[in-house]
Design a protein around this ligand. Structure first.
Ligand code: NAD
Length: 440
């Protein structure tokens, strides 16, 4: 198939490269020329394990190209994927879908033969139906443009694996006879051959599947973080508790790691957009619990700042704080709404000198928080520190030998904001260890 992918960020670049890997001819389209230049030369503009190899292989084979020309894409492809951003609107909860609208506005009048547009971006329910009407009004006479929704569930850090081996493929189609199902079956033929479940739904259900999946994951994280607050108050250990309840298959252990909470370019804005949309539909009561999920999550950041202040003797003024981790999660350089950077920023505002180290997210962090200090290594970040905070669970940090930092820091105090370290190793090494929601 000849495929165009509009938006070549974390989602779009991965999707474009993986569709080429499946044997399709793919054109990635973006408005950011510098991004296109990098991608065209086989360079991934962000960190995603394994993507570089897939990109290079397919750019070199000629199956994958990039352009800023919508006309070229309209001429080239029969299937078009929308993968542009849908950020939170400034000062509101709702999603800004103007980038998605812009793709349809720009692409559809340029199509001179019938085509299917697959939305992959996460959008408020009702968007696809609205876009179907918009496409109908913009299409040239005799040209049929079908809008379908094919939400994406990939996880940054596992994006290639998740795209080539998804848990399921969901496709929402409109009430009229659909070409989208046939196109999708061709595009994803090898995945369907591997037995990946394929669910064809109406448009609204497909949009809601994605919103609900993210709302559930966010709720699971905030649930365990709320329990961590109680564990803190009662002197219990939330990590043992999570292990114990996680053995119950109905509960499961995944996403039950208490810590500084969730962040990134998806969960926070998606639960807010979901609440906003439910309100517009008159179903706001149904999702008021997500307000609490959000509030619990934001409290974790405040709690971490408090713990750092306590560790510095009650005031952060004049203290030195080492922060290990800046990305919102390991194996990513994404710092959008990152709890780690947010905490680092708050601590600095309270008068501490904060030095941050992250294996991959330094460049993005500098752009977002230029006033923090950035170190070139773990040791460098910890030099003279009164307290060391681990805020992203990179395996590099889990493997740190406490002895290697003992003579570097001013005080041997560590706060494990992800409950990811081996407590005994640090305590035996003479460190004062504190986790989140743990008795010690
Ligand atoms: P991103 O910001 O990394 O990428 C968006 C890209 O779209 C940018 O490169 C931008 O330049 C480009 N763009 C903006 N306007 C454009 C236009 N008119 N034409 C062409 N390109 C344009 O965002 P992302 O993280 O890739 O997310 C994209 C969407 O996918 C969002 O709706 C997000 O919620 C959803 N999603 C993301 C992930 C993830 O892990 N990142 C997972 C599932 C779903």
């Amino acid at each position: 198939m000849r495929i165009a992918v509009f938006g070549t960020g974390y989602l779009g670049a991965t999707h474009a490269a993986c569709m080429a890997e499946l044997g399709h001819e793919v054109l990635g389209v973006d408005i950011d020329e510098s991004k296109l230049e990098k991608l065209s030369s086989g360079e991934v503009p962000f960190y995603e394990p394994g993507l570089s190899e897939v990109l290079t292989r397919n750019v070199e084979s000629g199956r994958l190209r990039f352009t800023s020309s919508y006309s070229e894409a309209a001429e080239f492809a029969e299937a078009h994927f929308i993968a542009v951003g849908t950020p939170q609107r400034k000062g509101e909860y709702g999603a800004d879908v103007s980038f998605v609208d812009a793709v349809v506005d720009t692409l559809v009048p340029r199509l001179n033969r019938s085509a299917v547009i697959f939305g992959k971006s996460t959008v408020p329910v009702g968007t696809a139906t609205r876009l179907s009407e918009l496409a109908r009004s913009l299409a040239l006479p005799g040209v049929e443009v079908e809008i379908s929704w094919n939400p994406e569930f990939l996880r940054e850090g596992f994006a290639v694996q998740d795209t080539l081996h998804p848990d399921r493929i969901v496709l929402g189609v409109g009430p009229q006879a659909s070409d989208a199902v046939q196109y999708a079956k061709e595009i994803y033929a090898s995945l369907l051959g591997d037995g990946v479940p394929f669910l064809v739904t109406d448009l609204a259900t497909a949009e809601l599947v994605k919103a609900s999946a993210n709302a559930f994951l966010a709720t699971k994280i905030s649930f365990i973080n709320a329990i961590a607050e109680v564990c803190d108050a009662a002197g219990a250990d939330v990590t043992v508790l999570a292990d114990a309840i996680g053995y119950d298959e109905r509960i499961g252990r995944k996403f039950l790691n208490a810590g500084v909470g969730f962040g990134g370019g998806c969960l926070p804005k998606d639960i807010r957009a979901f609440m906003a949309r439910a309100g517009e539909l008159g179903a706001d009561e149904a999702l008021t619990f997500l307000r609490e999920v959000d509030a619990i999550n934001m409290r974790r950041r405040i709690r971490m700042v408090e713990m750092a202040r306590e560790a510095c003797g009650g005031s952060l003024l004049g203290s030195r704080v080492a922060v290990l981790g800046a990305a919102f999660k390991p194996n990513s350089d994404d710092v959008r709404d990152s709890p780690a950077l947010n905490v680092a920023g708050q601590i600095q505002l309270q008068g501490a000198a904060v030095t941050v180290f992250d294996p991959k997210a330094m460049e993005n962090s500098r752009v977002l928080f230029p006033t923090l200090n950035y170190a070139t290594s773990i040791e460098d970040a910890c030099a003279g520190a009164d307290v060391l905070l681990v805020l992203t669970e990179w395996s590099e940090f889990r493997r740190i030998d406490p002895a290697s930092l003992a003579s570097v820091v001013r005080r041997k105090v560590i706060i494990d904001g992800r409950n990811c370290l081996d407590v005994a190793t640090w305590v035996d090494g003479g460190w004062k260890y504190r986790g989140m929601g743990r008795a010690r």
